[in-house]
Design a protein around this ligand. Structure first.
Ligand SMILES: *Cc1c(COP(=O)(O)O)cnc(C)c1O
Length: 372
């Protein structure tokens, strides 16, 4: 078949979708530029990795892989529930929290319904709703590279079916503080599902004023879900496991109907349970990263660059010039970051905070790249 025929076979929503921009792998950069040392600062991974308990938990895995995993992730859900002051019936686990975003769209959205999200945002906040035919309204940042709380409240009051609210934001790093978050909750009508994506909550808790969302949400009468992940602070990005804590067991049961039954594999379930047992390891890594983030922000500012305030493990940096050539120069020096490609943000790089060595390599490469 020719390409036009195939396009006619597709659902009309699909051909215009952008492909998620996952960035370049270390192998690709090594092969293309012949560099040995790579600083992987493109995907907000935790360079310190998971607790040693994860390796112990996975040691006997080869003998177990003939069995399907527990389709309900029962033990993992119970462990998450116990730590979040809820019950397993309110917890959903997915193949990364991105898969829970997809389940939410499949279960709740019909073509033509409206979803509210931020621009710039985590790409899947827009891609998954569009995939099922929903319309996405994107709100702009404030001039100071923060959330525009008034615009969010006004747009929420118009009653979208769903609101994708990352707190803190990826890629910007900004956050809704406690008072702003309370205002958002007040502005949200009962018919809107509030999706609070807290992928970076473990980092953000170290920023004064970051809201403790769960108790605030529990005081509301309507539907919400808080999404979290083992990919960032817990250092398990390669295993793909994330979770949601929902207002109602009935919401989890809706998601059970659309999810892939064995989506969270055996290794992911074992590793996530082991990681939860060693919170101290996670907290240590997070604390180190936060200190390094602030040092990195000061160094970038000293180079004359504008850096958005961040409550996360990355920085959104305004180069004041197109990011493409700078990114190419960084790649040639072995530094992988994320050049933002949306209109209006093509002067920005999102830089993950790495180890001291990674960060030093990145800063020196940026100085070199910007000098020419
Ligand atoms: C990283 C990230 C996620 C998804 O993480 P998973 O690896 O799919 O669990 C979700 N939301 C935001 C905002 C993220 O940055």
């Amino acid at each position: 078949m020719t390409a036009p025929d195939l396009l006619a076979l597709a659902r009309p929503e699909v051909p215009p979708l952008p492909i998620y921009n996952a960035g370049l792998s270390s192998e690709a950069v090594r092969a293309r530029h012949g560099v040995d040392r790579i600083a992987r600062l493109g995907s907000n991974e935790n360079p310190y990795g998971p607790s040693p308990r994860v390796a112990q938990a996975l040691a006997g895995l080869a003998q177990q892989v003939l069995w399907y995993p527990d389709a309900d992730s029962s033990a993992l859900r119970a462990a998450i529930a116990a730590r979040s002051g809820t019950t397993a019936a309110h917890v959903v686990v997915g193949n990364g929290s991105e898969s829970i975003l997809q389940m939410l769209c499949l279960a709740l959205l019909s073509p033509g319904e409206r979803v509210l999200a931020q621009r710039p945002a985590f790409g899947l906040h827009e891609i998954y709703p569009r995939m099922v035919g929903a319309g996405v309204e994107l709100l702009d940042l404030s001039p100071a590279l923060g959330f525009d709380v008034d615009a969010w409240c006004a747009a929420l009051a118009r009653g979208p079916k769903m609101a994708m609210l990352a707190n803190p934001s990826n890629p910007v790093g900004c956050m809704f503080g406690t008072a702003a978050f309370a205002r958002l909750l007040d502005a949200t009508p009962a018919g809107t599902l509030l999706v609070v994506d807290e992928a970076y909550v473990e980092y953000a808790r170290l920023t004064p004023g970051f809201p403790d969302a769960l108790p605030m949400l529990r005081d509301r009468g309507s539907a919400w879900i808080v999404l979290r992940t083992f990919s960032k602070a817990y250092g398990l990005a390669g295993l793909r496991v994330g979770y949601g804590i929902a207002s109602d067991a009935a919401l989890v049961q809706l998601l059970d109907r659309v999810r892939t039954p064995f989506g969270v594999n055996l290794a992911a379930q074992l590793a996530a349970r082991a990681a939860l047992v060693d919170e101290a390891h996670m907290r240590q890594a997070v604390a180190r990263t936060v200190v390094q983030r602030d040092a990195m922000a000061r160094a970038l500012q000293a180079m004359g660059l504008r850096v958005a305030p961040s409550a996360t493990n990355f920085l959104f940096v305004d180069l004041g010039r197109p990011n493409g050539p700078v990114n190419e120069a960084l790649l040639a020096l072995g530094v992988i970051v994320k050049p933002w490609k949306e209109p209006g943000f093509t002067q920005f790089l999102r830089i993950t905070v790495g180890t001291d060595e990674d960060n030093a390599l990145c800063l020196q490469a940026l100085r070199d790249a910007l000098a020419c």
